[in-house]
Design a binder for this molecule. Structure first.
Ligand code: AKG
Ligand code: FE2
Length: 203
Protein backbone atom coordinates (compact mmCIF):
# COMPACT_ATOMS: atom_id res chain seq x y z
CA UNK A 1 0.00 0.00 0.00
CA UNK A 2 1.42 3.37 -0.96
CA UNK A 3 0.10 6.32 0.96
CA UNK A 4 -0.43 9.31 -1.30
CA UNK A 5 -1.88 12.62 -0.28
CA UNK A 6 -5.59 13.22 -0.49
CA UNK A 7 -7.27 15.49 -3.01
CA UNK A 8 -10.63 16.93 -1.97
CA UNK A 9 -13.53 17.50 -4.32
CA UNK A 10 -16.67 18.84 -2.67
CA UNK A 11 -15.63 17.10 0.54
CA UNK A 12 -15.07 13.76 -1.22
CA UNK A 13 -11.53 12.65 -0.36
CA UNK A 14 -9.60 11.03 -3.20
CA UNK A 15 -6.33 9.17 -2.59
CA UNK A 16 -4.80 8.75 -6.07
CA UNK A 17 -2.72 5.61 -6.52
CA UNK A 18 -3.32 4.31 -2.99
CA UNK A 19 -2.76 0.72 -4.14
CA UNK A 20 0.31 -0.11 -6.18
CA UNK A 21 0.15 -2.66 -9.00
CA UNK A 22 1.12 -5.61 -6.81
CA UNK A 23 -1.55 -4.71 -4.24
CA UNK A 24 -4.13 -4.35 -7.03
CA UNK A 25 -3.25 -7.79 -8.40
CA UNK A 26 -3.47 -9.37 -4.95
CA UNK A 27 -6.87 -7.78 -4.34
CA UNK A 28 -8.09 -8.94 -7.74
CA UNK A 29 -7.08 -12.52 -6.89
CA UNK A 30 -9.14 -12.24 -3.68
CA UNK A 31 -12.08 -10.89 -5.67
CA UNK A 32 -11.94 -13.82 -8.09
CA UNK A 33 -12.64 -16.05 -5.10
CA UNK A 34 -15.53 -13.84 -4.04
CA UNK A 35 -17.01 -14.07 -7.54
CA UNK A 36 -16.52 -17.85 -7.62
CA UNK A 37 -18.65 -18.21 -4.48
CA UNK A 38 -21.12 -15.43 -5.35
CA UNK A 39 -21.25 -14.96 -9.13
CA UNK A 40 -21.73 -11.55 -10.75
CA UNK A 41 -25.25 -10.76 -11.90
CA UNK A 42 -26.92 -7.98 -13.81
CA UNK A 43 -29.82 -7.13 -11.54
CA UNK A 44 -33.22 -6.05 -12.68
CA UNK A 45 -34.77 -2.85 -11.41
CA UNK A 46 -38.29 -2.62 -10.04
CA UNK A 47 -39.33 -1.39 -13.47
CA UNK A 48 -37.86 -4.47 -15.14
CA UNK A 49 -34.78 -2.87 -16.69
CA UNK A 50 -31.47 -4.70 -16.47
CA UNK A 51 -28.64 -2.68 -15.00
CA UNK A 52 -25.55 -2.36 -17.24
CA UNK A 53 -23.19 -2.97 -14.30
CA UNK A 54 -22.64 -6.56 -13.11
CA UNK A 55 -22.66 -6.90 -9.33
CA UNK A 56 -21.83 -9.18 -6.48
CA UNK A 57 -20.87 -8.59 -2.85
CA UNK A 58 -18.97 -9.77 0.20
CA UNK A 59 -19.67 -9.34 3.89
CA UNK A 60 -22.73 -9.68 6.11
CA UNK A 61 -24.95 -7.97 3.55
CA UNK A 62 -25.03 -7.55 -0.18
CA UNK A 63 -26.97 -4.99 -2.15
CA UNK A 64 -29.42 -6.61 -4.57
CA UNK A 65 -32.19 -5.49 -6.87
CA UNK A 66 -35.10 -7.26 -8.53
CA UNK A 67 -38.73 -6.63 -9.43
CA UNK A 68 -39.46 -6.16 -5.71
CA UNK A 69 -37.02 -3.25 -5.61
CA UNK A 70 -33.54 -2.81 -4.18
CA UNK A 71 -32.32 -3.61 -0.69
CA UNK A 72 -29.58 -5.22 1.36
CA UNK A 73 -29.84 -9.00 1.74
CA UNK A 74 -27.81 -11.46 3.85
CA UNK A 75 -27.61 -13.88 0.92
CA UNK A 76 -26.72 -13.95 -2.76
CA UNK A 77 -29.83 -14.52 -4.93
CA UNK A 78 -28.71 -18.17 -5.32
CA UNK A 79 -29.25 -18.62 -1.55
CA UNK A 80 -25.60 -18.85 -0.48
CA UNK A 81 -24.33 -16.43 2.16
CA UNK A 82 -22.03 -13.70 0.82
CA UNK A 83 -18.35 -14.62 1.18
CA UNK A 84 -16.35 -12.69 3.79
CA UNK A 85 -14.78 -9.35 2.90
CA UNK A 86 -11.17 -10.10 1.89
CA UNK A 87 -8.52 -8.89 4.34
CA UNK A 88 -6.83 -6.93 1.53
CA UNK A 89 -10.03 -4.92 1.07
CA UNK A 90 -10.71 -4.54 4.78
CA UNK A 91 -7.21 -3.08 5.23
CA UNK A 92 -8.14 -0.13 3.00
CA UNK A 93 -11.21 0.61 5.14
CA UNK A 94 -9.09 0.49 8.28
CA UNK A 95 -6.58 2.90 6.78
CA UNK A 96 -8.89 5.59 5.39
CA UNK A 97 -12.41 5.36 6.84
CA UNK A 98 -11.78 6.96 10.26
CA UNK A 99 -14.65 4.75 11.43
CA UNK A 100 -14.78 2.76 14.68
CA UNK A 101 -17.03 0.18 13.03
CA UNK A 102 -16.35 -2.66 10.64
CA UNK A 103 -17.72 -2.59 7.10
CA UNK A 104 -20.74 -4.86 6.69
CA UNK A 105 -20.94 -4.82 2.91
CA UNK A 106 -18.41 -4.77 0.14
CA UNK A 107 -20.40 -4.18 -3.02
CA UNK A 108 -18.48 -5.28 -6.11
CA UNK A 109 -19.35 -3.54 -9.36
CA UNK A 110 -18.03 -4.80 -12.71
CA UNK A 111 -18.15 -2.37 -15.62
CA UNK A 112 -17.57 -3.73 -19.10
CA UNK A 113 -18.16 -2.09 -22.47
CA UNK A 114 -20.66 0.73 -22.19
CA UNK A 115 -21.70 -0.03 -18.60
CA UNK A 116 -22.38 3.06 -16.52
CA UNK A 117 -24.07 4.11 -13.32
CA UNK A 118 -26.47 7.02 -13.24
CA UNK A 119 -26.35 9.82 -10.66
CA UNK A 120 -27.63 8.55 -7.33
CA UNK A 121 -27.18 8.84 -3.58
CA UNK A 122 -26.05 5.92 -1.39
CA UNK A 123 -28.86 6.05 1.13
CA UNK A 124 -29.95 2.49 1.85
CA UNK A 125 -27.72 2.39 4.94
CA UNK A 126 -29.01 3.14 8.45
CA UNK A 127 -26.24 5.47 9.63
CA UNK A 128 -25.07 8.28 7.33
CA UNK A 129 -22.44 9.12 9.96
CA UNK A 130 -20.51 6.15 8.57
CA UNK A 131 -18.58 6.78 5.34
CA UNK A 132 -18.58 4.90 2.06
CA UNK A 133 -15.09 3.89 0.95
CA UNK A 134 -14.59 3.17 -2.76
CA UNK A 135 -11.71 1.35 -4.48
CA UNK A 136 -11.13 1.44 -8.24
CA UNK A 137 -9.43 -1.39 -10.16
CA UNK A 138 -8.85 -1.66 -13.90
CA UNK A 139 -9.98 0.75 -16.60
CA UNK A 140 -10.32 4.45 -15.83
CA UNK A 141 -13.78 5.75 -15.06
CA UNK A 142 -15.34 9.19 -15.29
CA UNK A 143 -16.82 9.83 -11.83
CA UNK A 144 -19.36 12.64 -11.57
CA UNK A 145 -20.03 14.38 -8.28
CA UNK A 146 -23.15 16.47 -7.77
CA UNK A 147 -24.99 17.86 -4.81
CA UNK A 148 -27.05 16.62 -1.90
CA UNK A 149 -30.18 17.88 -3.65
CA UNK A 150 -31.05 16.65 -7.13
CA UNK A 151 -29.73 18.73 -10.00
CA UNK A 152 -27.33 21.65 -9.98
CA UNK A 153 -23.75 21.86 -11.17
CA UNK A 154 -21.58 18.76 -11.12
CA UNK A 155 -17.84 18.12 -11.27
CA UNK A 156 -16.13 15.13 -12.82
CA UNK A 157 -12.86 13.37 -12.15
CA UNK A 158 -11.21 10.34 -13.77
CA UNK A 159 -10.71 7.49 -11.31
CA UNK A 160 -7.74 5.26 -12.06
CA UNK A 161 -6.74 1.77 -11.01
CA UNK A 162 -5.59 1.80 -7.39
CA UNK A 163 -7.40 5.02 -6.48
CA UNK A 164 -9.34 5.10 -3.21
CA UNK A 165 -12.12 7.54 -2.47
CA UNK A 166 -14.00 8.34 0.75
CA UNK A 167 -17.49 9.82 0.83
CA UNK A 168 -18.04 10.77 4.44
CA UNK A 169 -19.11 13.62 6.65
CA UNK A 170 -20.84 16.39 4.71
CA UNK A 171 -20.06 14.57 1.43
CA UNK A 172 -21.80 11.33 2.46
CA UNK A 173 -25.05 12.05 0.65
CA UNK A 174 -23.75 13.80 -2.46
CA UNK A 175 -25.16 12.50 -5.73
CA UNK A 176 -22.55 10.62 -7.76
CA UNK A 177 -22.28 8.27 -10.70
CA UNK A 178 -20.07 6.81 -13.42
CA UNK A 179 -20.60 8.32 -16.87
CA UNK A 180 -18.32 5.95 -18.73
CA UNK A 181 -15.28 3.73 -18.69
CA UNK A 182 -12.19 4.35 -20.80
CA UNK A 183 -11.91 0.90 -22.34
CA UNK A 184 -8.40 -0.47 -22.72
CA UNK A 185 -6.84 2.08 -20.36
CA UNK A 186 -5.64 -0.62 -17.96
CA UNK A 187 -4.25 -4.13 -18.34
CA UNK A 188 -5.25 -5.23 -14.82
CA UNK A 189 -8.42 -7.17 -15.65
CA UNK A 190 -8.38 -10.07 -18.08
CA UNK A 191 -10.76 -9.05 -20.83
CA UNK A 192 -10.60 -5.41 -19.76
CA UNK A 193 -13.12 -3.38 -17.84
CA UNK A 194 -13.28 -1.95 -14.36
CA UNK A 195 -14.11 -3.24 -10.91
CA UNK A 196 -15.25 -0.85 -8.22
CA UNK A 197 -15.60 -1.84 -4.59
CA UNK A 198 -17.66 0.12 -2.12
CA UNK A 199 -17.37 -0.62 1.57
CA UNK A 200 -20.32 0.34 3.73
CA UNK A 201 -21.69 0.00 7.24
CA UNK A 202 -25.28 -1.05 6.62
CA UNK A 203 -27.05 -1.32 10.00
O1 AKG B 1 -18.21 2.66 -9.57
C1 AKG B 1 -18.05 3.62 -8.84
O2 AKG B 1 -16.99 4.22 -8.76
C2 AKG B 1 -19.21 4.12 -8.01
C3 AKG B 1 -20.12 3.02 -7.56
C4 AKG B 1 -21.26 3.53 -6.75
O3 AKG B 1 -21.53 4.69 -6.67
C5 AKG B 1 -22.09 2.58 -6.00
O4 AKG B 1 -21.88 1.36 -6.10
O5 AKG B 1 -22.99 3.03 -5.27
FE1 FE2 C 1 -22.97 5.06 -5.08
Amino acid sequence: MTEGKAVEIRGVRLFPGWLDRAAQEAMLADLRQVAAAAPFQRYETRRGQRMSVEMTAAGRFGWVSDRRGYRYEPRHPSGVPWPPIPASVRAVWDAVSESARAPECCLVNLYRGSARMGLHQDRDEADFGEPVVSISLGDEALFRIGNEERGGRTESVWLRSGDVLVMGGAARLLHHGIDRIREGSSTLLDGGGRINLTLRVVT
